[in-house]
Design a binder for this molecule. Structure first.
Ligand SMILES: [Zn+2]
Length: 234
């Protein structure tokens, strides 16, 4: 009986560690992921997942332009296909785009290697057809990695970019001020901030967030510049 309990405890601990490694974007267990810049300077970068969104992305782009801030947009291939002009606008206005899979399926994290590869290739092909360049940055849906995703992504030579600050904007909803406070509380040199341009209040949220970040003496840098990388295959 005693040994049974010990074995049970070990199994629970191992499963907890494996789950943590899979769900924690910064764990680096299955896939080397860059979550911040190694710097002491007060610089941060913004990233938007699940882009583009027909209604909100243009408004977010207007806000970014008004503040002269550049960001990273992590594109879902299917949404890029539906909004080709928006993808071109994102790039024309100096933002960088990344691969966030073709359809952001909940099954991505339980897919086999062929399906994972197809999701990544198809997304990159769509983006290439629209802007003539293939992203080299991959942002895992839900921030989840596993051995299969790790192997395929490494084989395809992607740089995986995570974050150190989740804004939780999808949860805060119209409580934009509280969301900004959360981010400001967590600010640190070299931070990458995770946002979603599809949120109903994204334009208002981004405008307020930019101002709050700058008030703290931080500069918002283009992500690829902060990390000193190209971001595309060419
Ligand atoms: Zn996503």
């Amino acid at each position: 009986m005693y040994w049974l309990i010990v074995i049970l405890i070990i199994v629970v601990v191992v499963l907890t560690v494996l789950f943590w490694a899979s769900a924690n974007i910064g764990s680096n267990v299955y896939l080397k992921t860059i979550c911040r810049a190694k710097t002491q300077q007060k610089v941060v970068a913004l990233s938007f997942d699940d882009a583009p969104n027909a209604e909100m992305t243009p408004r977010v782009l207007d806000v970014l332009k008004a503040h002269n801030v550049k960001a990273m947009f992590c594109l879902i291939g299917q949404e890029a296909e539906r909004n080709p002009e928006l993808v071109r606008r994102i790039v024309e206005e100096g933002h960088i785009v990344a691969n966030h899979t073709y359809n952001h399926s909940g099954r991505f994290t339980i897919s086999g290697p062929e399906q994972v590869r197809a999701q990544l290739e198809r997304c990159n092909d769509v983006i290439y057809s629209l802007i003539g360049r293939k992203p080299r940055i991959f942002r895992p849906p839900f921030g989840v990695t596993n051995p299969t995703i790790g192997k395929v992504v490494r084989g395809m030579n992607f740089d995986t970019i995570g974050w150190t600050i989740r804004s939780l904007d999808t949860i805060y909803g119209d409580r934009v001020e509280a969301m900004c406070e959360r981010v400001v509380r967590k600010l640190h040199p070299g931070a990458i901030i995770l946002l979603h341009d599809r949120c109903a209040n994204a334009d208002r949220a981004v405008a307020m967030l930019i101002e709050r970040i700058q008030e703290q003496g931080y500069e918002i840098m283009p992500l690829q510049e902060m990390l000193n990388m190209n971001g595309y295959e060419d």
